[in-house]
Design a protein around this ligand. Sequence first.
Ligand code: ASP
Length: 344
Amino acid sequence: MLLSRRHFILRAGVAAAGAGSLSSGFSAQTGGASKTGDKPLLASTWPFGKPANEKALEVLSGGGSLLDAVEQGIRVVESDVANQSVGLSGIPDAAGIVQLDSCIMSGPGHRAGSVASIEGIPHPISAARRVMEQTPHVMLVGDGARQFAIEQGLESVPVESAQKHAAWWAERARERSKAVKPNPPKDIRENHDTIALLALDRDGNLAGGCSTSGWGGKIPGRVGDSPIIGSGLYVDNEIGAAGATGLGENVMRYCGSFLVVEYMRQGLHPEEACVETIRRIARLDPKGFDLSINFVAIDKQGRFGAAGTGQGFQFSITTPARSEVLQSPGLTKADVGPVGGNRK
Ligand code: ASP
């Protein structure tokens, strides 16, 4: 999608903000120019975020906490057996095992919990929340995360990863010895997605969560951006929250969600903050705009926005007054000039 006139106006606004003034002089479906928006507000990645948002709103309306709302909302997507990129129905790793990544963050208290490469746990978001609430740690991985989830009484299914992973590595060793290139993970582009859900309550408190099966066909043990605090998700209760979806390797090298929140701290509207984060990454990255990355953000005032590379992406917004899927702006090299500053 080419950038519309509104987004050219928006880019001018970004430049102005960089010079020290605030910029929100545009009217957008993605949050508008007003200084405040409806609360509660739920924003999430992709159309499959809409039922998650709606569940989260239901939880909040029923008196549930922000964290209950985030957890219950994300569990809706994790439970969807038709979803091939979130939960145990996700595309497995190269050895045929589904390894899941998830995290949760609470604005109040600035608390975080995360699990990575967890196997056989249908709701990794619940495991991430237990890590945050029941341990002194932020992140548990692999079998440690699985055993912790089981010990916490979370639902689990059997896994047979040890044999499958050993067989896969043995096969790689055989291929290497034959000097044949071992099967690399397939191109991620059509092979992944994440639910990142951001929540703002009536009091202006924030929380968020992420859950994904990551890169389909990944090397066993690969961890993407989604469970990494500051990469796939970041929440700052004074400012706002941001989440990412897309090729995690291109987000986690730049602390992408943290960067979006930092741009909002400088006064940018959430959409501008997402745009400026992508521009900054593209300027630095040897791949320029060929990054397959997308961000969604909300601020403490109830404004929201999103942006992605290429065609952009669809994201979901829910408030008491509306629940809909929106198209983010997409950024290409042609839109913003020289990129790929580290290209050698
Ligand atoms: N960011 C996820 C990962 O790299 C995948 C996605 O959201 O598309 O694991």
